[in-house]
Structures are given as C-alpha cells and as structure tokens.
Design a protein around this ligand. Structure first.
Ligand code: AMP
Ligand code: GLY
Length: 418
C-alpha cells in the first residue's frame, strides 16, 4: 500500500517510522517531512496547511491512505477535502476536529454531557471577562478560544496577570482571531496525564499513558513550549484511574460526539488532571500529541497501518491492540533561545552513533544539507530510549543525548522525574 503522511515534525517522524515497520506499507510519502523523515519516507515539498496543494500531490502519488497528523489541517477540513477528492483519509473531519479547534465548543460539550472538567465561562467582550476575573479572584485560568500553538493558556496567579492575559488575547490579538473570545476557568491542581486513544466512533482504544513537560527549564520553570520531553507510562495513572477515565471521560466523549452528529474518527487526545475530586479534562486534541507520540508508538506492538485502516472502516473492535510493558522516555533537544528567539542552520553530530547504539532519534526541526542534518527549528530532535522500566529508560535517554551535539543545544535534565 502507498501511504501519504501530512506534517513535518517529531510526531510525524514517529508515525512514519512506525508505518515503515508495517509489511503492508510498500511506499511511504510525507509532506513536507523533515531531515529525519527523509530516511524512511519520500519527502514532498507541500505545506501541511496547503489543502489544495496536498490534494494535487495526492492526485500525483495516488496513495491508498492519507494520514493527516497536525491540528491545523484537521481543523481546516483536510480530511473532508481528501475524501471529496476520492482518497481514504485517517483523521477526524472538520465537524469533529472542532473538539480541539474551539475551546468553547469542547467546554459546552463537557457541560452538556456531564464530563468532568473545570468550571468555566466564555466571554466575547474583554470588559465582561475582566469584570468576571475581578469578581472571582486568582488563581484563575485564561484561554484563547481557538488554536494558539499550545501557547494560548495563561494560568494566572494574580488578578493582574489574568487581566493582562485577557487584554493581550482579546485586544492586542496575540493569537489573531483565535482570541476573539476567551474561556475563563477555575484553576485545578493535581498531576497531569496525557492519554491518546484510537476511535472509530463505536470503539475507543486508549493507548498507554504519557506525560509531557511543557516548560522550557528544569523544575517547570520558564515559558511554555510545544513540549520539552515526555515519558510513558505516567507514574500516577493506575489501572483504577484508567477505568474511571474510560467510564466517565473517554467513552462518554465518543458517544457525545456521535449524538452531536460529529462522529470522531482518528486519534482523540485527552489532557487530564488527576484532582482530589477525580480525573478531569484539561483539554482535548483532535490528533496524536507531540512529543507524546514519540514515547507511545515505540511501545505499540500492533501494525499501525492495520489500526488506521480499521478506524477508517469503522471496524476497530476487530483489532487486538497490543503494547509493550516497558518504560519509554523522549528528551527534546532544542535550539538556544527557544521558545522565544533562536538561530537555525547548525550542524548536528552524533545522531548516527546514537542510532547505532540502539536509540531512536525523532527529528522535529532539522533539514539535510547534502547528507548532513542541520537545525531548522526550535525543537530540533527528540532523543528516545526504551528500557524495562522508567528509571532505566531515563538513564538510557540521557546517555543518548550525551552522544549528540549542535551549537547552543538546550535540553531539560529532569525529563521523567516529576
Ligand atoms: P492546554 O493548552 O489547555 O492544555 O493548557 C496548557 C496547560 O495549562 C495545561 O497543560 C495545564 O498545565 C494548564 N492548565 C490548563 N487549564 C488549567 C486549569 N483549569 N487549571 C490548572 N491548570 C490548567
Ligand atoms: N504535547 C501537547 C500537544 O501535542 O498538544
């Protein structure tokens, strides 16, 4: 089978790497791909958000399956467009992707179907939002309604911080039209867990749990990033909590989307907080997480193509999905200055040595200059190790990190320790 994967980050590298292991996949394409993906797939120079360009590429390649991985093209309706053009596509359609595309939609869904989440209000006027913040006090959480590259959330410790967040989102339009309304919600506390799940709208198969580290510096200091590292499994996600999540969150969400006429087919990502009051939803994403995927897919024993195929055919219940019961850790090596300002174009050395030693290096922001990988983004690579348990996987991942170098490389030293 020929498969085209849309996207070009660490997550897409992990998806391509896993699909490449399938005996069913004979040809693999990725658009736009990156310097690491080029080793497993043919990279095509089409932007992930260019729907027309992607359809034109699909008409050329004639893939048997298109996998749309990133949030933007999903929310824009790339799956619908692929289907209209006659291609089989993996991922939610536009109507279902709104579960990530609009926080006010997802909050209202949870309220309507009694799915546990933080209490909230939605505001279309900054004055009303500020009045509400003054009335309720801090800590309080302010979120831009639409997509904001995972950076549209402010957990405000003071009323002033919350007011500043409202002004920067709604008046200064820091995230453009994503900030025409804001969600303001109660501040929850507890450990966070990410659970990704395959679903075809009838069956929901949660993957192994993971946890990411969003802040740029050790001990969760500094600004939020797209993710500085991940580990799996989470230390707090027991079988008992998993069952509770399935019964009160995962299955009810799948059923709610069907009732709303927005059947979700693809990967649904649950960002959870395990509070004293039970697990609650912090956010939904309509796709694989990045960098969660980099620690989850290495543990998948089942053929990923078969799972994607079953989801598209709405026959997920027929697939027996198996997981490796090991620890897996991904340490992101980022450019100096990320997430604010950084330079690109530095040569990366040592990746081959790490791979020869048995580690997996997922490329995020790299490109090839000749045969040499150079940095081309903020998050550069995700260095990944698997071992019998989490503690040994942490040690292994850092052993691999020590083998790799580029100018200004920055990484957290505490991935997996939280
Ligand atoms: P989100 O983009 O919605 O995942 O939010 C980013 C981060 O903000 C989350 O991973 C949490 O750490 C934090 N956060 C979001 N909502 C809340 C909340 N209601 N209470 C406490 N922290 C939150
Ligand atoms: N790691 C968080 C996300 O993919 O949104």
């Amino acid at each position: 089978m020929k498969v085209l994967v849309v996207g070009g980050g660490g997550r897409e590298h992990a998806i391509c790497w896993k699909l490449k292991q399938s005996s069913k996949v004979s040809e693999l394409f990725c658009a736009p791909g990156n310097g690491g993906i080029a080793a497993v797939a043919k990279c095509c120079d089409v932007k992930a958000t260019d729907i027309e360009g992607m359809i034109a590429l699909a008409r050329e390649i004639k893939p048997d399956m298109v996998v749309v991985a990133p949030d933007d093209p999903l929310v824009m309706g790339m799956v619908d467009a692929m289907e209209q053009a006659g291609f089989r596509a993996f991922g939610p359609n536009k109507a279902a992707a709104v579960i990530e595309g609009s926080k006010s939609f997802s909050k209202e869904l949870m309220k309507k179907y009694s799915i546990p989440t933080a209490k909230y209000e939605v505001f279309a006027s900054s004055k009303d939002a500020i009045d509400y913040v003054e009335k309720h006090g801090a800590p309080i959480v302010v979120k831009a309604d639409g997509l904001a590259l995972g950076k549209g959330v402010v957990v405000a410790e003071t009323v002033q911080q919350a007011k500043d967040a409202v002004i920067s989102i709604m008046e200064d339009k820091k995230f453009g039209e994503s900030g025409s309304s804001v969600v303001i919600e109660e501040c929850l506390t507890g450990p966070e867990v990410s659970v990704l799940a395959f679903t075809d709208g009838k069956t929901m198969c949660p993957m192994v749990s993971a946890q990411d580290h969003k802040r740029v510096y050790d001990n969760d200091k500094g600004p939020n990033t797209g993710g500085m590292g991940t580990f799996s499994p989470s230390r707090v996600y027991t079988d008992e909590i998993a069952k509770l999540c399935y019964d009160t969150i995962f299955k009810p969400t799948m059923e709610a989307m069907v009732k709303e006429g927005r059947t979700f087919k693809g990967v649904l990502y649950f960002g959870l907080m395990i509070t004293d009051d039970g697990p609650k939803v912090i956010e939904y994403n309509c796709r694989f997480g990045d960098p969660e995927t980099q620690v989850v897919l290495p543990k998948l024993k089942t053929d990923l193509y078969d799972i994607f195929d079953a989801v598209i055919n709405e026959r997920l219940s027929e697939v027996d999905i198996q997981w490796d019961d090991c620890g897996c850790v991904c340490v992101v090596m980022a450019s100096e200055g990320y997430p604010v300002k950084y330079e690109k174009g530095y040569e990366i050395t040592g990746i081959d040595d790490a791979e020869k030693a048995g580690y997996t290096v997922f490329h995020a922001g790299t490109k090839l200059e000749g045969s040499k990988p150079v940095t081309s983004g903020g998050r550069v690579i995700g260095v990944t190790a698997k071992s019998d348990n989490l503690d040994s996987a942490i040690k292994e991942a850092y052993r691999a990190v020590d083998m790799i170098n580029f100018k200004g490389a920055h990484y957290r030293k505490d991935i997996g320790i939280k």
